[in-house]
Design a protein. Sequence first.
Length: 241
Amino acid sequence: MEYIEIFELIGVVAFAMAGVLVGIEYGFDLFGIFVLAFLTALGGGLFRDIMLGNHPPVCFTHFSYIICVAITVVVFLIFLKIFDTRLGKGDIHKIKALITFFDAVGLGIFCVTGTIFAMDMGFGDNMLLCVASGLVTSIVGGMCRDVLATRKPVVLRKEIYAVAAIIGSVLYYLTYDIIGNVVAIYLCAIIVTVIRLVSVRKRVNMLFRVKNERLKDKDDDHDDYFDHYGFEDYHGRHSDK
């Protein structure tokens, strides 16, 4: 299990670095960048603990995670500051590609460890809850980051991410008692990592496409919709009272 803990920390580092990049992209100050990094890296586990009734949450009792995030943010910010003007488009692309790779590794590990966490707490007979635990552990941090950055959560609109976590959690739950715990952990984590990386490489996604462009037009005035169905008169009558 020591290797799993190492991979978990690698995932924490990758998630924290992703939070730093989003913070810089959306103009957050230093405190905001730290908040985004901590939420991205530890938000999923925090939400999982609240959902399962584990108090206090693990991130506040095992300080290695918080220390890991703090060191990652400081080192990454210093690196970006030193090489600020020296980083070309190709260099930035390589950095993001590396983060994407370790993010995929973290996704695979977190969805499995989140499932194991629920089972260890005595919920092993509840498959839905165990899978949900694996899912929220691996994706909720990124969703919180995106909400704070006022953008649509990436896990809900780009490539295969949450679905890969669900697959990994379900596979672990169904196979750990058949092929052994350790083998199931590594196998499922690898499968999720591969699914994620292939989806990024091949640009695979689950977008629901329609040909009617008006359904996708975000610039339509919503008031026109209400006026069309007679709400204008309703609001007019009640505003006079």
